[in-house]
Design a protein around this ligand. Structure first.
Ligand SMILES: [Zn+2]
Ligand SMILES: [Zn+2]
Length: 277
């Protein structure tokens, strides 16, 4: 059995808790075959005028991160363990930010790129400001429309991350973002993922989403029915303890739907890892 966890964060991200070298060492110790770190580059915050909690500026030290990551790769990568140096790019339709992302990709050639929607309507969907004055249906529709738009990002990306992020911290009695409620939009998103040859991430950091992972099995089932076969597993760990957290329930659900492989984007292509529970 080969364990994979592609999409995690170290202290190079503002909200990471474990230094990069310790994250990599912990992943090795846990016996992972493929371990991907994807530091936040939340430049989508900039045109929205947002800052991190406590007013911290939006800045990830790309130079320091990729230099450290490449040095670590030279030390630890061998036939049984591969550490992948990736990045998570917060989508925005702002052209100047999109250009910055293109330049970042060109400069550092990340091993994989995670395309994420965190912000919508000028707010991060994690925070109350996004939901203020919005009915549940509107808040979720606006978010899913943004995800659909993000698929056309004019730069390279490999993974479509945590679809359903908006429900992680939503203030509703019933936060679950169900496929049946937003079938048309979901189908458009899932078809877009498939037609572009992207990987749909299954993220076990669901928090208060009313699901064990994002997107939940109803959405993954629809993706499979539409012909989607490329999925990745992500704990979205921000500390070493959470690496691979929730993996078992994700792979069981994937297997029950009919998926046979986890797809891992690597620097020069991709690897298909058989799903084993
Ligand atoms: Zn994210
Ligand atoms: Zn993340």
């Amino acid at each position: 059995m080969i364990l994979t966890d592609i999409h995690t964060h170290s202290t190079f991200s503002a909200d990471g808790e474990t230094p990069l070298a310790d994250m990599v060492a912990a992943a090795r110790k846990k016996g992972l075959g493929y371990f991907g770190v994807s530091e936040h580059f939340d430049y989508d915050y900039i045109p929205a005028g947002l800052t991190y909690e406590g007013g911290k500026p939006v800045r990830t030290d790309g130079e320091g991160y990729f230099a450290s990551a490449r040095a670590l790769q030279a030390q630890v990568n061998d036939g049984s363990f591969t550490f992948l140096a990736g990045c998570e790019l917060g989508y925005t339709d702002d052209a100047s930010v999109q250009l910055r992302y293109r330049e970042l990709i060109k400069k550092y050639s990340p091993d994989f790129v995670v395309n994420s929607v965190h912000t919508c309507d000028g707010a991060d969907c994690w925070y109350g400001a996004y939901f203020g004055g919005k009915e549940r249906r509107v808040a979720y529709t606006r978010y899913l429309e943004r995800v659909l738009q993000s698929l056309s990002a004019p730069y390279r990306y490999d993974i479509v991350a945590h679809v359903g992020y908006v429900s992680r911290n939503a203030p509703y009695a019933d936060p679950k973002l169900r496929y049946d409620e937003f079938k048309e939009l979901y189908d458009e998103i899932l078809r877009g993922v498939i037609s572009r040859g992207k990987i749909l991430e299954v993220n076990s950091s669901a928090r208060g989403a009313g699901s064990a992972f994002l997107p939940d099995a109803d959405v993954l089932g629809a993706y499979f029915r539409l012909g989607g076969r490329r999925v990745s597993f992500a704990s979205d760990a921000h500390c070493a303890d959470r690496i691979c957290a929730g993996r078992e329930s994700v792979v069981r659900a994937l297997r029950d739907i009919g998926f046979t492989h986890i797809t891992v984007p690597v620097a020069d292509g991709e690897v298909k890892v058989p799903i084993c529970v």
